[in-house]
Design a binder for this molecule. Structure first.
Ligand code: GLP
Length: 250
C-alpha cells in the first residue's frame, strides 16, 4: 500500500488525476472503475482540464461505475448516472456507450445485478478502480455487514450514510433507502485501486480501514489485502494515521 499525502483538496485531486491520466496514456483502452461523491469531483475537473488541453484521450476507455440509488432514473439530478454525465462524461471524449452505471430503475433487481457483473466480466475486469470512502467505511455502497458481499447486490443504506448524503437532497427523507452496488470481488479484482479521501471527517475511518482489523464491519479494510493500492489523501484526512503510523506516509 502506498499512501501519498497532499497539502489540500486541490493537490489531492491533481495527484489522483495524474495517476488516472498515466493509466490512460499508457493503456488507452483501459477499463476505469469510477466513483461518485464529493471527493472525486476535483479529480474529474482536473481530468477535464487536461483533456481540453489535448493531454488525454478517453476515446478508447470503457468505464464501470460503482453504484446507483434504487428508484432514481438517470435524469434525476441526484442519481449517480446524472452525476457522471454532468461532471465528467459530457465534458470529455469518453463515448457514452462505453460507460456503465447500474440501472436504479430495474424492476428485476437480481437480473440487473447479474447483468452488471457480466458487463464487468465481459470487459475483462477493471484496470484502475477509483474509490472514495464513506463515513461508515463503505466503498461503493458496500455497507458494514456480517460478510463481505462479493457480487453486485442491493443494499439497505445505513442511517449514517443517508444522513451524510442528505446534503444533496431537499431533506433526509428524500434520500433513497436502497442502492445497487458493485461487490467486493470486482473491486478487489481491479488491477490497481486508487482511494481518495479529504477532510478531518474521514481521518478516523481512513486509519481504521488501512490499519485496523480486516472485517466486513469496516468494508474498506479489505483493501489492505490488495497488492496495488494507492491512497491519495489530504493532511486532514491523514491526521490520525500521521499520529499513529507516521512512517506509513510516503
Ligand atoms: C457515497 C458513494 C461512495 C462515496 C461516499 C463518500 O455514498 N456511494 O462511493 O465514496 O459516498 O462520499 P463523499 O466523497 O461525498 O464523502
Amino acid at each position: 500500500m502506498k499512501i501519498i499525502s497532499a497539502p489540500d483538496y486541490q493537490s489531492m485531486s491533481r495527484k489522483a488525476a495524474n495517476i488516472i491520466s498515466a493509466q490512460v496514456i499508457l493503456f488507452p483502452n483501459s477499463v476505469l472503475g469510477l466513483a461518485t461523491g464529493s471527493t472525486p469531483l476535483g479529480v474529474y475537473k482536473q481530468l477535464i482540464e487536461w483533456y481540453k488541453k489535448d493531454d488525454i484521450d478517453f476515446s478508447k476507455v470503457h468505464s464501470v461505475n460503482l453504484d446507483e440509488y434504487c428508484g432514481l432514473s438517470g435524469e434525476h439530478e441526484q442519481s449517480y448516472r446524472y452525476y457522471m454525465d454532468t461532471n465528467f462524461f459530457s465534458q470529455v471524449n469518453l463515448p457514452i456507450e462505453n460507460t456503465n452505471v447500474p440501472n436504479g430503475l430495474a424492476k428485476d433487481i437480481d437480473a440487473e445485478c447479474k447483468r452488471y457483473d457480466n458487463v464487468i466480466t465481459s470487459l475483462g475486469g477493471i484496470d484502475l478502480q477509483l474509490l472514495g470512502i464513506g463515513h461508515t467505511g463503505h466503498i461503493g455502497f458496500n455497507e458494514p455487514d456480517d460478510d463481505f458481499d462479493k457480487t453486485t447486490h442491493c443494499v439497505k443504506l445505513k442511517q449514517k450514510t443517508i444522513d451524510a448524503n442528505a446534503r444533496f437532497f431537499e431533506n433526509a427523507s428524500e434520500v433513497p433507502q436502497r442502492a445497487l452496488t458493485m461487490g467486493i470481488k470486482a473491486i478487489m479484482q481491479a488491477k490497481k485501486i486508487l482511494l481518495v479521501a479529504n477532510g478531518s471527517g474521514k481521518a478516523e475511518i481512513l486509519c481504521r480501514s488501512l490499519f485496523g482489523p480486516i472485517t466486513p464491519e469496516v468494508p474498506a479494510s479489505i483493501l489492505q489485502l490488495h497488492n496495488d493500492l494507492t491512497v491519495v489523501a489530504d493532511e486532514e484526512a491523514l491526521a490520525v494515521i500521521r499520529g499513529k503510523y507516521p512512517s506509513a506516509i510516503g
